[in-house]
Design a protein around this ligand. Structure first.
Ligand SMILES: [Zn+2]
Ligand SMILES: [Zn+2]
Length: 816
C-alpha cells in the first residue's frame, strides 16, 4: 500500500471518556491496522493498549491526531459483533465504550501505564525461546516478581515496551494484574481414588483378606474406605489427618496400585476430549416442549421457557445444546453467578466433555485469555458463565440460554457498564445470523412475560414436574395467633413439622432472608440503635465473630454493652438472622445435623460446593439459609421448607416487591418434595391477607402477573415505561443536594416524567450522601434518546463547575 495515504483510527481505550478519540496510522502500520486489532497509543503521557473500532480517511477537523505507536496483534482480538455490542451497551446504558472494554476484556489484553506485571510462578525459567529484550524483562521479573510498566520502560527502549510485554504474556512468563481485583491463586487439592481394579467388590474383599503383611497400610486403606463412604470424596490432606498415617504409608499404597492420587483444581473443569454423550431421554412433556421451542424459533428470536421448578428444564437445554453443537454452532449458557455451582458444571461436562468450558471472574488472567482465544477460534462450542461471559468473542453463535432469567444478578450494579445481561444477550444474538435466545424460569420477570403477552417473544410451558411429582402443599401460619408464651421464631406448627420430617429421615430447609445474629440492637431505655459511621444503616450483630457489622460497607465494630446516649446496659435484640436461627435450631432439634448457608459461611466458592455435596449426600438434615439456598440447587430428599418471616419479603419499597416476593417464596417452595413424595411448605407471616400469599399457595404465576401488571400500568412502571435512575453522591450532603437540584432544572423539558430529587431511605453509604432522581419515560425511542443526551450534557456542565466537579453522577438505565 502506498504510504502517501492518510489513515485515521477511532480507538477505544479502557477509560471512561465521553467520546472515543482518533489517532493517525503511520504508513508502516497501515497494512496491518484493522478493526479489532490492539494498538499502543499515548494519551496525556500515559500509554494504553486500545482497540481499533474503525478506520477512515477523512482527517478530523479541529486538531492534529497523534500517531499510534505500535500494533500489538497479528489478528483481531474480537469480531465486529463484539464491537457492535460494546457500542450498543454504551449507548443504551449510558456509559463509555472504554468502560465496556474494561468489563469485557481479560486483564492481560488491556494493558495501560498502571498495569503491573506479575511473574508466573509456574514458569520453569527456561528463557531459551526469548529474544534479548524479552529476556531482560523476564529475568528482572523472575527476581523481583512484580514490575510496573514504568519500570519495564526504564529497562527497555521506551517506544517498544508493549510488543515485548505482549510476547512475555503469550509465552506465559508473566501476567497482568488488575490492581483493584484480588489476586486469585487457584486452589488445587490432591484427591485420592481407589484404583479401578478394586472397584470390583470381590477383588477388594480379597485384597483386604490377604494383605496381612503391611498392617499399617491396610489400616490406612480401611480409613480411606470409611471416609469415601462418609464424604463421597477424599483429599490427601484429610486422609492423612484423619487416619494418623504417614505420607510414606500412603506412598506404599500408591506404589502397589491400590490407591491413586489426582491433583485437581477446585474451580476448573478437567480438560476432556470433546464428545456428546446424552444418556437420558426426555419425558413426553419435555419432548413436546422441546419441539415447541424448535418450532417457535422459526418465527421468533426469543422464546420464554416457563417451566415449573423440577420440570427438568436443564435436560431440555442440554438436548438443544446438542443440536447446536452438531450444526457447528456455538452456545452461550448463562446463569446467575450464584447458580454457577460445581453441580451444574459436572452435569454439563458429563454430557459434552471438552466441548464445554466455564468462564469465571475468579479465574486468573491467563486462563481467561485461553478461553477467550478458544471461543474466538470457534474450537470451544459451549460456554457456561455468569453475565460477563456475554463479552467473549463468539465466532459463530447459534444460541444463548439465559437460565433463571428473572434473577436480578444479571444486572451489573457497580461499576459501569450497568448492563442487564439478559437484555443485552437478546441484542447480541440479533447480530448473528439465525441466533436465538432461550430464557428460562419458573417465575419469569413481569417484563419478560409482558413481551410474551404482546407476542414479541414465544412462550413454551412445561408445567409437569419431572416424574409426575406433585407440587408441595403450602400452609400459611398466622404469627399473630401464637400466644406470647410460645413466642419464638419457630411456630409450634413448624416445630412439629420439623420433628416429623427428621423422624422420617427426610431433609428440611429453613429460609430467613437476613444474615447475622440480630439485625437490630435497641437500647431498652432510650431507644438508641447502633449505626455505621459511614452509612445510614443499623448494624447487625454477628455472634460468632462477636462484632457488629455494617452490611453495606462491611465495617466491623466492637459490641457495645453500654448505651452511649443514656448509659444503660439494657439492650434488646430485635428480629433475628440466620446465625441466631441456626443456634435456635441446634438447641431445639438436638438430633438433627444442621448447617447454614449464607454470605458469611460461604466466603469461599469451595465451601458452597462442599456444603451442597454434603446436603446431596444427606449428611445434613436441616439447612438454614438466606436466598442463597434457592438458586440452582436440586435436592431430592427435601420434604419440608419453612419460610420464617414472609412479612420481610412482602413489605419493601420497590415496584418489584410483589414479583420478588413471589419468586423467592415459589423458588424456596420448589425445593420441597421431589420424585415420589409430596413436599410441604410452611409460611410464617403476620399479614396473612396479602394477595401474593394466595398466589404462592396456588402456585399461580399467571395470577401474580395479572395482579402485578395492573399495578405497573396504574403507576406507570416498566414494562409500560423506561426508567432512568440518577444517583448523586458526595461527602457533603448540601453539595450533593445542590447538584441534584441544578441537574433537575437542567433537564426541565422532562419535568413531567421526573420524580425527585429526594434522599433515599438509606441516605449515606461509604461516607457519601446520596440524592436520587427517577425519570419515568414513555417508551418512545426519540424521546428517550433526547433525554439521555440532555442527561449527558447536564453531567458535563456540572462536572465543569468546580463546586460540583467532585460529585459522582451515576445514571442507571432499567434499574433493578
Ligand atoms: Zn440508651
Ligand atoms: Zn457502613
Amino acid at each position: 500500500m502506498s504510504n502517501s495515504q492518510n489513515l485515521y483510527a477511532e480507538i477505544i481505550i479502557p477509560l471512561a471518556l465521553p467520546v472515543n478519540y482518533t489517532w493517525s496510522i503511520p504508513g508502516e502500520f497501515q497494512q496491518s491496522a484493522k478493526p479489532g486489532i490492539r494498538v499502543e497509543v499515548q494519551l496525556k503521557n500515559k500509554r494504553y493498549a486500545g482497540i481499533i473500532k474503525k478506520i477512515f480517511t477523512e482527517k478530523p477537523s479541529g486538531f492534529e491526531p497523534r500517531p499510534i505507536l505500535n500494533i500489538l496483534d497479528d489478528e483481531a482480538q474480537l469480531y465486529k459483533e463484539q464491537l457492535q455490542l460494546w457500542q450498543w451497551i454504551a449507548d443504551y446504558y449510558m456509559c463509555s465504550e472504554g468502560e465496556v472494554m474494561q468489563a469485557a476484556m481479560p486483564a492481560n489484553l488491556k494493558l495501560s501505564s498502571e498495569t503491573i506485571l506479575v511473574w508466573n510462578e509456574d514458569h520453569d525459567e527456561d528463557f531459551s525461546a526469548l529474544n534479548d529484550r524479552e529476556y531482560i524483562v523476564a529475568e528482572a521479573l523472575s527476581i523481583k516478581k512484580e514490575l510496573k510498566l514504568s519500570e519495564v520502560q526504564q529497562l527497555l527502549d521506551a517506544s517498544h515496551v508493549y510488543p515485548v510485554i505482549k510476547k512475555l504474556i503469550d509465552k506465559n512468563v508473566c501476567h497482568a494484574w488488575e490492581e483493584l481485583k484480588e489476586k486469585y491463586k487457584e486452589k488445587t487439592e490432591t484427591y485420592i481414588m481407589l484404583h479401578p481394579q478394586y472397584r470390583d467388590e470381590e477383588k477388594l474383599a480379597a485384597l483386604l483378606n490377604t494383605s496381612s503383611r503391611a498392617p499399617k497400610q491396610m489400616e490406612l486403606l480401611l480409613s480411606y474406605l470409611h471416609l469415601i463412604k462418609e464424604d463421597g470424596e477424599v483429599t490427601q490432606s484429610s486422609l492423612l489427618k484423619k487416619s494418623n498415617a504417614s505420607a510414606a504409608q500412603l506412598k506404599g499404597l500408591f506404589d502397589k496400585n491400590i490407591l491413586l492420587a489426582e491433583k485437581r483444581s477446585i474451580n476448573r473443569i478437567k480438560s476432556l476430549p470433546p464428545n456428546i454423550y446424552i444418556d437420558f431421554t426426555l419425558s413426553a412433556a419435555q419432548q413436546t416442549a422441546f419441539n415447541e421451542i424448535v418450532e417457535s424459533f422459526k418465527e421468533k428470536n426469543v422464546c420464554l421457557l416457563h417451566g415449573a421448578t423440577a420440570s427438568g428444564k436443564t435436560q431440555l437445554y442440554m438436548k438443544l445444546i446438542e443440536q447446536y453443537i452438531q450444526q457447528g454452532k456455538q452456545v452461550l449458557y448463562m446463569l446467575p453467578e450464584i447458580a454457577l455451582t460445581a453441580q451444574i458444571v459436572r452435569r454439563l461436562q458429563k454430557h459434552f466433555g471438552g466441548y464445554i468450558a466455564v468462564y469465571h471472574s475468579k479465574f486468573n488472567a491467563n486462563e481467561r485469555v485461553e478461553i477467550w482465544n478458544r471461543i474466538k477460534s470457534g474450537g470451544l462450542k459451549v460456554l457456561l458463565g455468569a453475565r460477563s461471559a456475554l463479552f467473549l468473542p463468539f465466532k459463530d453463535l447459534g444460541l444463548i440460554v439465559a437460565d433463571e432469567e428473572h434473577d436480578a444478578s444479571y444486572k451489573q450494579q457497580d461499576p459501569a457498564p450497568r448492563y442487564h445481561a439478559r437484555d443485552a444477550a437478546i441484542y447480541y444474538a440479533s447480530l448473528f445470523r439465525d441466533a436465538k435466545v432461550l430464557s428460562g424460569s419458573a417465575t419469569p420477570s413481569v417484563e419478560t412475560y409482558f413481551n410474551v403477552q404482546t407476542k414479541k417473544y414465544a412462550l413454551v410451558e412445561l408445567k409437569e414436574r419431572f416424574g409426575n411429582a406433585t407440587p408441595p402443599s403450602i400452609e400459611i401460619v398466622d404469627l399473630t395467633t401464637i400466644s406470647s408464651k410460645e413466642k419464638t421464631f419457630i411456630s409450634p406448627q413448624l416445630k412439629d413439622a420439623i420433628e416429623e420430617t427428621i423422624a422420617q429421615h427426610k431433609q428440611v430447609i429453613l429460609f430467613q432472608n437476613r444474615r447475622g445474629y440480630t439485625p437490630y440492637m435497641v437500647c431498652n431505655v432510650c431507644g438508641w440503635i447502633p449505626q455505621c459511621k459511614n452509612c445510614d444503616v443499623t448494624l447487625t450483630y454477628h455472634k460468632a465473630k462477636n462484632k457488629m457489622i455494617c452490611h453495606y460497607c462491611g465495617t466491623e465494630y466492637p459490641v457495645l454493652y453500654t448505651c452511649p446516649q443514656c448509659g444503660s446496659h439494657d439492650f434488646k435484640q430485635r428480629n433475628f438472622g440466620t446465625e441466631k436461627l441456626e443456634e435456635l435450631v441446634v438447641e431445639t432439634f438436638s438430633s438433627a445435623k444442621v448447617a447454614r448457608m449464607d454470605y458469611d459461611t460461604m466466603k469461599g466458592k469451595h465451601n458452597h460446593d462442599t456444603l451442597i455435596k454434603l446436603f446431596e449426600q444427606q449428611k445434613i438434615n436441616l439447612l438454614v439459609g438466606t436466598q442463597m439456598i434457592v438458586k440452582g440447587l436440586d435436592f431430592e430428599n427435601v420434604h419440608l421448607v419453612g419460610i420464617l418471616d414472609a412479612d420481610s419479603l412482602l413489605y419493601f419499597a420497590d415496584f418489584r416487591v410483589n414479583e420478588r416476593a413471589f419468586q423467592l417464596m415459589e423458588q424456596v417452595s420448589g425445593r420441597a418434595g421431589r420424585k415420589d413424595n409430596r413436599g410441604k411448605v410452611l409460611i410464617q407471616v403476620r399479614n396473612t391477607h396479602h394477595p401474593v400469599l394466595q398466589f404462592v399457595k396456588a402456585h399461580d404465576y399467571k395470577a401474580l402477573y395479572d395482579f402485578d401488571i395492573q399495578a405497573r400500568q396504574q403507576y406507570f412502571y416498566p414494562p409500560f415505561s423506561r426508567l432512568i435512575h440518577i444517583e448523586f453522591r458526595h461527602k457533603e450532603n448540601h453539595i450533593a443536594e445542590e447538584a441534584a437540584n441544578i441537574f433537575t432544572l437542567g433537564i426541565k423539558d422532562f419535568e413531567r416524567y421526573i420524580t425527585g430529587p429526594a434522599q433515599p431511605v438509606i441516605n449515606r453509604l461509604r461516607n457519601k450522601y446520596l440524592w436520587h432522581l427517577l425519570i419515568k419515560l414513555p417508551k418512545n425511542a426519540e424521546l428517550i434518546n433526547r433525554c439521555k443526551t440532555q442527561i449527558q450534557q447536564q453531567t458535563a456542565i456540572l462536572k465543569f463547575n468546580k463546586r460540583y466537579a467532585g460529585v459522582d453522577i451515576i445514571p442507571d438505565v432499567d434499574p433493578v
